[in-house]
Write a protein that binds this ligand. Structure first.
Ligand SMILES: O=P(O)(O)O[C@H]1O[C@H](CO)[C@@H](O)[C@H]1O
Ligand SMILES: O=c1cc[nH]c(=O)[nH]1
Length: 234
């Protein structure tokens, strides 16, 4: 079976799928965390893998950057491959002064400048929120392992390069924790199909302070996020 963007066998994906933006991060997660991970799709080099974690089948697939790309993969995974729980494991730029590089954010909700949810919600404003069950599991796992996480609203931006400082100040004032590019779209796709989604983010940049992780720091930081997420869900 193939879809326009996934060339996996019909039963190739597990009901739980992690979605990093970067397909090479998907490969890293598969090789580092999953047992017997096998590559199941490679259309456009958007790699997807399925293996097990503590004996439970888990998939991981790149989603690309931005809501349109992520929405394509999320929709095909749900409609054609039966995925029921989609958990984005991504990076973000921090907005608030008390958030630092390496911090982990659970995106309880996602504000956005994208119009996609208005398109699917008849022009009305849809509150793009995480599945409470998934959110609670990851928050409780963090508490049990003494890993500090922040839970709240993030902003899913269409533009990565956005130099408007007044917008940054607006986001800070409204309590936005971090800026990324997919969560609001993922939550909209999940709501449309009646499945569960969550976004877990590692702070890779501080937008206000102009700080950024090195590539090796990114890998270690992402490791903590993935470990937390898998231990919470499985
Ligand atoms: O690291 P990922 O998961 O790709 O997430 C963030 O990084 C990309 C921008 O560099 C966007 O996709 C943004 O959401
Ligand atoms: O979308 C993103 C991701 C990481 N850092 C940012 O500043 N923006």
């Amino acid at each position: 079976m193939t879809t326009p963007h996934i060339n996996a066998a019909k039963d190739a994906f597990a009901p739980i799928c992690l979605l990093p933006g970067d397909p090479l991060r998907a490969e890293f997660i598969a090789n580092s965390f999953l047992t017997d991970a096998k590559q199941v799709t490679n259309v456009r080099n958007m790699l997807g893998f399925t293996g097990t974690y503590k004996g439970v089948p888990v998939s991981v697939m790149g989603s690309g950057m931005g809501i349109p790309s992520c929405s394509i993969y999320a929709t095909e995974l749900i409609r054609f491959y039966g995925v029921k729980q989609l958990v984005r494991v991504g990076s973000c730029g921090a907005v608030q002064p008390d958030i630092n590089l390496h911090d982990i954010i659970l995106a309880q909700g996602a504000s956005t400048d994208s119009g996609v949810n208005r398109q699917r919600f008849s022009g009305l404003d849809f509150a793009a929120i995480a599945d409470f069950g998934l959110l609670r599991k990851v928050a409780e796992q963090a508490e049990q392992t003494n890993l500090k996480v922040r839970v709240g609203n993030v902003f899913s931006a269409d533009l990565f390069y956005q130099d408007d400082r007044s917008r940054l100040e607006l986001l800070r004032k409204y309590g936005i924790l971090g800026v990324e590019m997919e969560a609001a779209g993922l939550y909209g796709v999940a709501a449309e199909h009646g499945v569960a989604a969550l976004t877990v983010l590692t702070v890779s940049d501080h937008i206000a302070r102009g700080e950024a992780m090195s590539s090796s720091e990114r890998q270690i930081g992402f490791r903590d996020m993935v470990q937390l997420t898998l231990d919470a869900l499985i």
